[in-house]
Design a protein around this ligand. Sequence first.
Ligand SMILES: [Zn+2]
Length: 332
Amino acid sequence: MSGLAPLPWQAAQWQAVTAAQARSALHHAWLISGSEGVGKRSFVRAWAAALLCEKPDMQQQACGACNSCKMLSHGGHPDAHLLCNDGHLGLATDAALQSEKGLSYWTPKSNSMRRDIAVDAARSLMDKLVVTSHRGGMRVVVVHPARDMSDATANALLKTIEEPPAKTVLLFVTVFPQALKQTIRSRCQQLRFATPSKGEALSWLYGAHPDADALLLAEAGGAPLKAAAWLTSGESKRRALWRNTLQQVAERKSDPLQAAADLARDKSEAGQVLRLWQTQMQLQLREGGAWSARHDAFHTMLLDGLRRLEDHNANAQLLFESLLLRWRLLAA
Ligand SMILES: [Zn+2]
């Protein structure tokens, strides 16, 4: 993946922004929203690259080869800024390289300072925006995740939105657009990304990861980049193990108490196992599998268990034992 083209299900949004750009009517502030894993950041990287590229192609996509594209790939472009929990950095189209080789203008001194996007990061950005762009072209500022802006940061950036510097585009990226201040939202043009259709998502996912499967995509809520991230990180293998454990118990091939001990071994994972389990049940219901009042009752128990785990109000092993014993009966 070059990261320079929009994803296949983003054609309408790409068309909208490139058409505005071609008419020289590109709005200076955008609110980019959609669920986790639908490709918001991927779109923003492709768009930023296209805005800065010296030789964009017929579809207005970045060439990936000019000086600008090369600088941007590792976060070294002086006119591409990222405000995030790690501070004020150079935006990188190759996200993996960002922190290693990219520009770094201001970074938090401690981990606790990473809780929000600090106003010092915004001030550092504004110091850069008062001078004209380095390369005489556009400047791009990405704020992500936008909901992590502190109040002071949001207020500081509001001034920038109200009196935008020339040739500067601000892109606020968020899963939760409602959580942003109304004063910022109302000044942004909205660009929404829906979850792609199952067919589109699967065909892209298979292209990127031939070992992908439809179940994993379903567990990722249909979000292809989330499923892809699980495949890259090895999370998909852990999920396959959990699925297998549940199936073995249902088929009476393994002992529920032993399985409970296995699943509860890492307490930080217990909630994820329950969520996977719940997704499996929802798929069973949606796809017309066996379903009775007992399934309803069990599904409610799963949700209740998840809530108690998240409130730190449950012993994971005891919870898994009681669920798995019932699970075995349910499958009988
Ligand atoms: Zn280029």
